[in-house]
Write a protein that binds this ligand. Structure first.
Ligand code: PHE
Ligand code: NA
Length: 512
């Protein structure tokens, strides 16, 4: 079985595919507003702490889990985690741990894409609007443009389906001809666009208010503010590290399962992290935040989710050459999102190939249908409720985009560092161009990383509890009765998908 698995075609292709996996909307859409709404400079302190204490150790574990699982013919998390966990515990316990891991990876790869694919569709739609001057008319606010967009079935569904079809087509062609080929094309272009935008951003004065400028925007995010530190910003920062590095999702492991047994994982993991962080803090932080600050001031930067789609179009409609820069920006978002979504898509395709024994082509069609079904409520909510709250989207993101990732990270590190233990350490260094030092594994993987993750999980649930989150009608929608069914609907869907995921991975481990 393991012989029939495809491998990556080249080192460069592998690194670009992994960078494509990690560099996504998380870097350009999520990072700026997370940083801005958690105090700018105050956010960056826990952000770097989480990068070192969690990001690097978990990334190494994921590459190792994936390459190890791939050797046994597996591309999915259930069997991967099981294989390592059984080295240090009873087969029954390992079966449960593996099933939980598989359950979360299944829920994340299916459900994150219920909204993520829509945002990819929006970026395509907005690229189109940029070129055609669709938001150039200053009589209509960019907020209204956005609300009109998400309430228009024509716009929403057309671009969403185009994006989904593109993904399906890419994944269908396999690892080398599909995933690797698209990453080699899109990633270099993405970096070039990002650099052009960042340079433009840094040379902007402020045409609006002499007190605002892109340099002040840089200062806003790079000036550490220890007094504004809080648990909330720490949790948000750790959540962002998971999301942006694609860890706790299963998709790094899946890509790593197409490695050969002696391919390096240490330097490659670090290369993936570096390419992602360059895109995030240099390009995302330097292009987006300073542009927004120069034109909109501190309040504009804090525009939350709307930063990319509402605040920035405001800038593009007033700046010279805005149509071009707007198009560059939304195409950059599109490439980023597309090469990440391919990874989630491929995870589910691998799952179907392995467990249902179907061909890649057939599996790609099944995932396409699955994504349409889970994505429908996200697209329909604004259209049917005539609101722009995106409550269903937000609820799914709270659970699978922020919470489950961290839990999966913990399970993976327990399976590798505690149960497989030193065997995992040796496995990690096999074929390594550099080697992870033993002290690093002992200090981080065995101790610091799992403890930090556990503390974070505790405080994050406490925070949810205090915010009235676990009530039947959670506080944040108590004043909008029309949204309650959407939030509860999202909860039912998340729960149902987790149940299916558990059964699926349990059976997958048992039958092999
Ligand atoms: N790391 C990705 C990002 O930053 C996360 C992701 C991957 C989300 C795949 C969705 C699909 O956007
Ligand atoms: Na990312």
């Amino acid at each position: 079985m393991s012989n029939s698995r495809e491998n990556w075609g080249s080192k460069l292709g592998l690194i670009l595919a992994m960078a494509g996996n990690a560099v996504g909307l998380g870097n350009f859409w999520r990072f700026p507003y997370q940083a801005a709404s958690n105090g700018g400079g105050a956010f960056m302190i826990p952000y770097f702490a989480a990068l070192i204490l969690i990001g690097i150790p978990v990334m190494l574990v994921e590459w190792n889990l994936g390459r190890y699982g791939g050797r046994y013919g597996h591309g999915t998390l259930g069997p991967m985690v099981y294989l390592q966990a059984r080295e240090g515990t009873k087969p029954k316990t390992a079966l449960i741990i593996g099933s939980l891991a598989g359950m979360i990876a299944f829920a994340v790869t299916l459900l994150v894409n219920s909204y993520y694919n829509h945002i990819i569709g929006w970026t395509l739609g907005y690229s189109f609007l940029s070129v055609t001057g669709g938001y150039a008319d200053t009589a209509v606010s960019t907020g209204e443009v956005f609300v009109n967009y998400i309430q228009s079935p024509g716009m929403v569904f057309t671009f969403w389906i185009i994006a989904l079809a593109g993904l399906g087509f890419a994944v269908m062609r396999g690892i080398q001809k599909g995933i690797e080929a698209w990453a080699k094309l899109m990633m270099p272009v993405l970096y070039v666009f990002g650099i052009v935008l960042a340079i433009r951003a840094l040379t902007l004065g402020s045409p609006v208010d002499p007190d605002w400028s892109s340099m002040k925007g840089l200062n806003y995010i790079w000036n550490p503010d220890f007094s504004a530190l809080s648990w909330r910003s720490a949790i948000a920062a750790a959540g962002q590290i998971f999301f942006t590095l694609s860890i706790g999702m299963g998709i790094i492991c899946n890509y790593a399962s197409y490695l050969k047994a002696d391919d390096d994982v240490v330097v490659s993991s670090l290369a993936t992290i570096s390419l992602n962080e360059f895109a995030e803090i240099i390009l995302g932080g330097t292009a987006v935040i300073p542009i927004a600050y120069a034109f909109l001031g501190p309040d504009g930067v804090g525009a939350g989710v709307g930063l990319s789609f509402i605040a920035l179009p405001n800038v593009f409609r007033t700046m010279a050459g805005g149509q071009i820069f707007g198009a560059l920006w939304f195409l950059l978002l599109f490439f980023a999102g597309f090469t990440s979504a391919i990874a989630m898509y491929n995870y589910l395709v691998a799952l179907m190939e392995e467990d249902l024994g179907v061909t890649r082509g057939k599996a790609a069609w099944m995932v396409f249908l699955g994504y349409i079904i889970v994505g429908l409520p996200v697209g329909l909510e604004p259209i049917l409720t005539k609101t722009a709250d995106l409550a269903y989207f937000t609820e799914v993101d709270n659970w699978v985009g922020s919470n489950l990732l961290i839990v999966l990270g913990l399970i993976e590190i327990i399976a590798a560092a505690w149960l497989m233990g030193d065997g995992a350490f040796e496995e990690m260094n096999r074929g390594g161009i550099w080697k992870v030092p033993k002290w690093f594994f002992n200090v981080f993987h065995k101790l610091v990383t799992p403890i930090v993750i556990m503390v974070l999980i505790f405080f994050s649930y406490l925070d949810f509890y205090k915010a009235g989150y676990f009530k039947a009608v959670p506080s944040f929608v108590a004043n909008s009765p029309q949204l309650v069914p959407w939030v509860n609907g999202a909860r039912v869907v998340v729960f149902a998908v987790m149940l299916v995921g558990f059964i699926q991975s349990y059976r997958s481990i048992k039958t092999k």
